[in-house]
Design a binder for this molecule. Structure first.
Ligand code: MN
Length: 486
């Protein structure tokens, strides 16, 4: 019996997809290698500039709020979070802090962890602006305002997770929802997603539903990879358990902020909560409250996108795929989109699934690329599959055409010709088979005497004579027929 129960909560910041403009300014919201190229005066905090709320960003945020089972406010309000930092020229961040101002509050989400369905409660989800970014050099630092004002969605969960596995499974679920709904690409490698993780432990024999029984909460700021989040949680749980066991809990586990150190795999003390900044929140006076009408919510609800779970069900029930294959296809939205395109083009769902889950994903893994960078489009895959269906290609030849097409970056149709077409002409195959049988009387005798495996010998002879082009199904049929006659 474990003596301790860990309670883990997440605050997840996610950069939203490339909306038409930033969240409060008309600067382009798009990643750029050129510093300070997507910037207008407002992003630099110039006096006299006024924010204007981007309706598209609000709509995406509302979509997230609905998909995560949250309650939407009647009037959505923004607030100022006041602090000074060089990457924040205005001296405050526009955000949503106080309930019921945020775009969503009190949600409930089901997610799967190690084959079990779990529930996580959402405290709130809110829309805010990102800060600029700083590049530090030996004796100077440069500010790039491209990121200033990029829409961010912050999701705050209740401390409902009890292990790093649950926290990471929830994060994966949330990222999948964001990607399928076009809310964010949620790519942690591109720094689009960062989490603050809070961890406490309590006596497992006490009632978890009573917050009085919870332990002291320790927070880890800005962990930016799933591996880091898992590492930080596991390390912190163990650190707190050790402190309890050693009788040093009161000294070591107090309200504090720590950071995850990737190199040592440990968390390191940053500051105590007593030094916490008072942000002096107040309602942003330059943005009037925004009425979220019932009609707008209904409109968004009516056009909610298909999520991974919906597609998985469709693949199993309508396309007859196995749960395993359906799961592989929906794991990456771009792969699922590719598969959907194949089906739309008229490729049989089962063969499309086989090609995608085996050959294409195999190729992607080998090359370490994403399907968006894959040369062979669904249209080109169709050329190969049409080749098989029309008898121009055997399955072995189809795989060769697939490889050649990728190697030479030429469409498959260039490698599909009558020359390598399968021989499916009944008369031609029969003549050839009779000739082969005539040449092998002793093998026929042995076959008739019970050596069944000699059948494969005859098939082999046919393939040898046609350099593998004989239609295998027809070959077997004709062979049986001709052998029966002898
Ligand atoms: Mn935030």
């Amino acid at each position: 019996m474990t003596k301790y129960l860990a309670k883990i909560g997440l605050e997840i910041h996610c950069e939203m997809s490339e909306t038409n403009s930033k969240v409060f300014s008309k600067a382009r919201n798009s990643y750029s290698e050129i510093p300070n190229s997507n910037v207008v005066a407002l992003d630099m905090g110039f006096p006299g500039t006024l924010p204007a709320v981007n309706k598209e960003a609000v709509k995406l945020a509302l979509t997230a709020s609905i998909l995560l089972g949250c309650k939407q406010p009647e009037y959505m309000k923004f607030e100022r979070k006041n602090y000074y930092y060089p990457d924040l020229p205005k001296g405050y961040q526009i955000t949503q802090e106080t309930k019921p101002n945020p775009v969503g509050i009190y949600g409930e989400v089901e997610y799967e962890c190690n084959g079990e369905i779990k529930v996580c409660h959402i405290d709130n989800i809110h829309l805010e602006e990102d800060a600029a970014s700083l590049d530090h050099f030996y004796s100077t630092s440069n500010i790039d305002y491209n990121r200033a004002g990029v829409p961010l969605l912050e999701l705050v969960t209740a401390p409902d997770f009890h292990s790093s596995d649950e926290a990471v499974a929830f994060l994966e679920h949330m990222c999948s929802v964001y990607r399928y709904a076009g809310i964010s690409e949620a790519d942690s490698r591109r720094g689009q997603i960062k989490a603050d993780v809070n961890v406490s432990i309590m006596d497992a024999s006490l009632d978890e539903s009573d917050p009085k029984n919870w332990g002291i909460k320790v927070e880890m700021k800005n962990v930016n990879s799933f591996g880091g989040i898992k590492g930080a949680i596991d390390y912190e749980i163990q650190r707190q358990i050790d402190a309890k066991e050693n009788g040093t809990y009161d000294k070591e586990v107090f309200q504090q902020t720590r950071r995850w150190d990737e190199e040592t795999g440990t968390t390191i003390f940053m500051r105590s909560k007593a030094d916490a900044i008072d942000y002096k929140y107040f309602v942003e006076p330059n943005i009037p409250p925004i009425k979220i009408s019932k009609e707008w919510i209904e409109e968004i609800k009516a056009s909610l996108p298909e999520l991974a779970m919906d597609r998985k069900k469709k693949y199993i029930n309508e396309y007859g795929l196995s749960a395993y294959d359906a799961g592989v296809l929906v794991k990456d939205k771009n792969i699922s989109d590719y598969f959907e395109e194949c089906v739309k083009l008229g490729i049989d769902a089962k063969s499309a699934s086989n090609w995608v889950t085996v050959n294409i994903i195999g190729e992607l893994n080998k090359e370490g690329i994403s399907i968006n960078d894959f040369y062979l489009t669904p249209d080109m895959l169709k050329q190969i599959i049409d080749g098989i269906n029309s008898g121009m290609l055997s399955s072995k030849q189809a795989k060769e055409v697939f490889s050649k097409s990728l190697d030479e970056r030429k469409e498959p149709k260039n490698f599909i010709s009558k020359d390598n077409a399968q021989i499916s002409d009944e008369g031609e195959l029969t003549t050839l088979i009779i000739k082969i049988l005539d040449e092998n009387p002793s093998q026929i005798e042995l076959y008739k005497g019970g050596r069944d495996n000699l059948f494969d010998y005859f098939v082999g002879q046919v393939m040898k004579n046609t350099r593998g082009k004989a239609n295998p199904v027809m070959t077997k049929e004709i062979l049986h027929r001709e052998l029966d006659k002898r």
